[in-house]
Ligand binder design. Structure first.
Ligand code: BEZ
Length: 327
């Protein structure tokens, strides 16, 4: 064989082995912060079962719930390095890295759970996923959510002044921090698994949380005053590591994308179907309930807007879409 032929043959073998390696069976690892009983973790299991079935048993997915692989910030680093394959993430850490995603946390962007789900299914929100590969090294498959946010506190909150100086637990990310600073509180960033103990030992006075987590994780046992405000939606995004994505062939990509998007969408539907009933369920607990609207947070909304409108250019398109969806 001439030297050129040898090189061509070697190249062909290398390409063939690359093709074989891209199509090889894989056990993907998927991380999330929610406990096993949470709907995100259940839909992650559903995705794992689907992928195993659709790939004829070739691929499997191991699920790591309850922050077993670290915080969302750590998981995003692992996804970027390719040492973690997939995750169901709050958009919190993503918005820390791509501020435009902060727009999805605009206070009172939506009025109710159906509008939240419709907005997350809209082209306006879906198009934002295109920012992720280049700016965060992640490939977004679709949105889920954890409903709308409320405030649960140890002492009653009856007026905006009652928020002053209150240590409010927040999920660690900038748009939410800025909202609670503007509302006069001292926001205390803590991941979901740390919240129960923080309430129990008095590290925080109140928490920013959704109905489902309040009931599932029994936070009302440690704080018995609920402010029903629906002040923000809380999106989730199903992602694959950009490095891992680059190693997959088209068939695997299609399978993963359609299955992950379907299970993320199931989460949206689950919240639509249960949000109001969960609110009722909480009202049956031995807690006080105060209903408030945007007026309660008027000053905070104005300040939030000043900070985030320039940082999050998608905000105006999202508002426009939300308004059309409300019609
Ligand atoms: C939270 O940080 O509050 C949270 C995270 C994931 C699901 C639900 C709530």
């Amino acid at each position: 064989m001439t030297r050129i032929n040898t090189l061509v043959a070697t190249g062909a073998v290398a390409m063939l082995s690359l093709a074989i390696s891209t199509a090889e069976a894989r056990d993907f690892r998927l991380g999330l912060v929610t406990p096993q009983s949470h709907i995100w973790s259940q839909e992650a299991e559903g995705f794992a079962n689907d992928l195993a079935e659709r790939s004829g048993g070739e691929h499997s997915v191991s699920i790591f719930p309850a922050q077993q692989l670290g915080s969302e910030a750590q998981m995003v680093q692992q996804l970027q390095a390719g040492s973690l394959d997939m995750a169901f993430l709050t958009l919190a850490e993503v918005s820390n890295r791509i501020p435009d995603f902060g727009a999805l946390y605009a206070p009172f962007l939506v009025e109710n759970i159906d509008q939240a789900a419709a907005l997350l299914r809209s082209d306006t929100a879906t198009d934002m996923l295109d920012l992720m590969p280049e700016q965060a090294g992640l490939v977004g498959m679709g949105y889920g959510m954890a409903g709308l946010r409320q405030i649960l506190s140890r002492e009653p909150i009856e007026s905006a002044e009652d928020l002053s100086g209150l240590k409010v637990r927040i999920t660690p990310f900038d748009p939410l921090r800025d909202f609670f600073i503007a509302a006069g509180t001292a926001p205390t960033p803590l991941p979901l698994p740390a919240v129960y103990d923080a309430l129990a030992n008095g590290q925080v006075d109140a928490i920013d949380m959704d109905y489902d987590s309040i009931r599932l994780l029994k936070f009302y046992e440690k704080a018995d005053h609920l402010v029903v405000s629906n002040h923000m939606m809380f999106p989730m995004v199903a992602v694959v590591s950009g490095r891992v994505w680059a190693q997959l062939d088209d068939e695997d990509r299609d399978m993963i994308r359609s299955s992950m998007a379907e299970h993320a969408n199931n989460i949206l539907t689950h919240f639509q179907e249960n949000h109001d009933a969960w609110g009722e369920e909480l009202r049956q607990q031995d807690i006080t309930v105060t209903e408030v609207g945007p007026d309660f947070f008027a000053q905070a909304i104005e300040e939030w807007e000043e900070i985030w409108a320039p940082k999050a250019p998608s905000l105006s398109a999202l508002r426009e879409t939300a308004a059309q969806l409300a019609e």
